[in-house]
Design a protein around this ligand. Structure first.
Ligand code: ZN
Length: 502
């Protein structure tokens, strides 16, 4: 192969970068789980050191020269062979890293650190004005960042691209255009039906020790390998890949409601399974990495909602759960339980939202972010914009900003463009689930029997082993034969809830 030598050298450079990223993730994992509080300052310095080493390697003259040498002779845009895929992604990373001036990178990191503190304070005291100065700086810097990166149509495209490569603002708008009105209509119907069916609530307490045992059984059953993973306790659950053979998940526990930890574990295990099964032989190259945040989220939502909240899943697992909590769950029947875990309630907080209302929360944030980055909305006007759109979407008045525009951590880290990936995840999950149902014979029966291997192997073949070979739209199209669209999510929700309240 031509350019074999350059390719090998680049592989070595990016293997180092990948290792450093793994080390940085390990430091963050430790910070969230076991690090003593007093270690914070030193840890921040360590993380920043690793970040600057990564930046140095990524933007070095040698990296640029090698990438450009290969690019001159290979049509990376139109080929899908290993070399082209790797070079395409490395070039993307190199371009993104070199287009943004160092001063801007440093200012964003510095302001984000400050903003995180003021955001916590503002949220606690329900006072947006405390957060406003730092948020305004971050919006300004992010607009500048979008300009440096460049865009064709909308400045938000440049930011979105970091989280969901090659997906455009216009495409997201198209997805919501179909999804939002259908969701609102569905909520209206469901609220009436729920009124007629008094949903029972689960009555604990459910001892944490037993919850841990049950959750571990479930994570293991769906394919999360505990030999190469672990489950720890945190305030805000996440999953992380340190490297091949080490993909960890975390959760929090609630004694009053054991399902909270169960669904959080199923969600994080979905992420974990994807990470554990990325091809280890391609570690250090894009072919050993996940496609995007949206595709990652499709894996967590698939296991959490499409499988984890389904009738088939609980036909198998409710008797097992009753074995763990014989007194607490004695009186609850399967149908009652399903209605309880699938209850739809318009509410203020995104992370507590159910499967149906969730996407409205994302639409709200998408609309606001888009306007902010385009300069059509000023940061000081966020609370008003938020509250009025929230009322339009949910029919509820936001009582204060801690239940409104101050609830999420994302803006304090300048992560504009991140939110849409949650809804993309739901949309992709619905499309993948539909295809899996078509291709795997008797999937619901397998799940009723607690047999998840067929679905795991299907996902492994279609998604995990592909690494970054295709972007998200192309991957979805290859697997399902369709472009990303909201129809399948809407159909899935309608059908599911029809069967829940018949
Ligand atoms: Zn997730």
């Amino acid at each position: 192969m031509k350019h074999q030598k350059e390719f090998e050298t680049l592989k070595e450079i990016f293997k180092k970068i990948t290792d450093l990223r793994g080390i940085r993730r390990l430091l963050s994992w430790d910070q969230e789980t076991y690090m003593p509080k007093t270690g914070q300052e030193n840890r921040a310095a360590q993380v920043s050191l690793i970040s600057s080493l990564i930046h140095e390697l990524l933007t070095s003259e040698e990296t640029g020269r090698l990438i450009n040498a290969i690019c001159e002779e290979v049509d990376i845009e139109n080929s899908e062979d290993d070399l082209s895929v790797c070079i395409k992604h490395w070039k993307r990373e190199y371009d993104r890293a070199t287009k943004i001036p160092n001063t801007l990178v440093k200012e964003l990191a510095y302001k984000s650190a400050l903003a995180h503190e003021t955001w916590i304070k503002a949220k606690k005291s329900k006072d947006f004005s405390i957060f406003l100065p730092d948020l305004s700086s971050l919006v300004k810097l992010s607009i500048e960042k979008a300009k440096c990166l460049g865009f064709e149509d909308h400045p938000y495209d440049a930011l979105l691209d970091e989280f969901e490569p090659e997906v455009k603002t216009k495409e997201i708008e198209g997805l919501f255009k179909e999804l939002v009105p259908e969701t609102q209509q569905l909520i209206e119907t469901l609220l009436t039906k729920q009124k007629a069916n008094k949903a029972t609530s689960l009555k604990g307490p459910f001892p944490i020790k037993k919850q841990k045992h049950l959750a571990t059984i479930m994570a293991n059953a769906i394919g999360y390998d505990l030999e190469s993973g672990r489950i720890d306790t945190v305030v805000h659950p996440f999953s992380t890949k340190i490297g091949p053979g080490d993909c960890r998940i975390t959760t929090r526990w609630n004694e009053k409601d054991f399902t909270e930890a169960i669904f959080s574990i199923l969600h994080e295990a979905g992420h974990g399974i994807y990470s554990q099964n990325l091809p280890a032989e391609h570690y250090g190259t894009p072919l050993g990495e996940s496609v995007s945040l949206g595709i990652h989220e499709s894996q967590s939502r698939l296991w959490e909602n499409f499988i984890g909240r389904s009738r088939a899943f609980w036909i198998y697992f409710l008797p097992i759960a009753k074995g763990f909590f014989p007194v607490e769950l004695k009186k609850i029947a399967l149908e009652e339980f399903l209605q309880a875990i699938n209850k739809v309630t318009p509410s203020f907080i995104r992370v507590e939202a159910d499967e149906v209302t969730y996407n409205l929360h994302i639409f709200l944030r998408f609309e606001i972010e888009k306007d902010l980055i385009a300069g059509n909305l000023l940061p000081q006007d966020i609370p008003d914009a938020w509250n009025s759109l929230f009322e339009k979407l949910f029919g509820l008045k936001v009582p204060d900003d801690s239940l409104g525009c101050l609830q999420d951590v994302h803006w304090s880290g300048a992560s504009f463009g991140y939110f849409p990936t949650y809804t993309l995840g739901n949309i992709y999950a619905a499309m993948l689930f539909k295809s899996a149902q078509k291709e795997i014979i008797d999937l619901p029966i397998l799940i009723e029997l607690g047999l998840f291997k067929e679905l795991f192997l299907w996902l492994k073949e279609k998604i995990y082993t592909q690494g970054k070979r295709y972007n998200s739209s192309r991957l979805i199209q290859k697997i399902t034969g369709q472009e990303p669209q909201s129809k399948y999510l809407i159909d899935y929700l309608k059908e599911k809830y029809e069967n829940l309240y018949y």
